[in-house]
Design a protein around this ligand. Structure first.
Ligand SMILES: [Zn+2]
Length: 179
């Protein structure tokens, strides 16, 4: 059982005991995600499972679902963004060779026995955010009128740049399986 999910958790002990967690996580517990939101309230429904696989690997798998309010990059009005993600992480000690992992398993380096699980979940949520969120309905979504000669234009929105792409690089790069 998890007493307080907001505290760093002993993932080895939880994995050995195969602990599940089902509950609601306040969006206010995710400060980096908060910075991207137009409205701060709400929560994330989480179903987590800590386990230890046959190879001794500690894993954290589960699903997260929520509805976020982002800012539309065309009309600058709030945009509701339902988010649901499923993940399966291998928790690897810093310096440890994770070895080849099955395709569906993603390695995440943890640097202590007690792990800030909320930060791991926050990474998963950030990776789901659209690069440049926009309403789908064109009628309700119109770019604000700009004065003649305004230097600002929509093309200045850099859609290719995802500020959270760096999170992918933080995950351990797996060497190709040698055969
Ligand atoms: Zn819009």
């Amino acid at each position: 059982m998890i007493e307080d999910v907001t505290q760093p958790l002993d993932v080895s002990r939880l994995g050995d005991a195969r602990v599940d967690f089902n509950g609601s996580l306040a969006l206010s517990w995710f400060p980096r995600l908060q910075a991207e939101l137009a409205e701060a309230g709400g929560s994330v429904q989480a179903a987590l499972c800590f386990a230890r696989e046959l190879q001794g690997r500690r894993t954290l798998s589960g699903t997260l679902s929520t509805e976020l309010v982002l800012t539309c990059q065309r009309c600058l009005q709030p945009l509701r963004f339902p988010l649901q993600t499923r993940f399966h992480l291998a928790l690897v000690d810093a310096g440890e060779d994770a070895g080849p992992l099955p395709d569906q398993l993603e390695a995440v380096v943890v640097d202590a026995e007690r792990v800030d699980v909320l930060a791991l979940l926050e990474d998963e949520l950030l990776l789901c955010l659209p690069i440049a969120p926009r309403h789908r309905s064109e009628e309700r979504c119109v770019a604000p009128t700009r004065h003649e000669g305004s230097s600002f234009s929509e093309t200045e929105v850099d859609e290719k740049h995802n500020p959270f792409a760096v999170l992918r690089d933080l995950h351990v790069k797996q060497s190709p399986e040698k055969r």
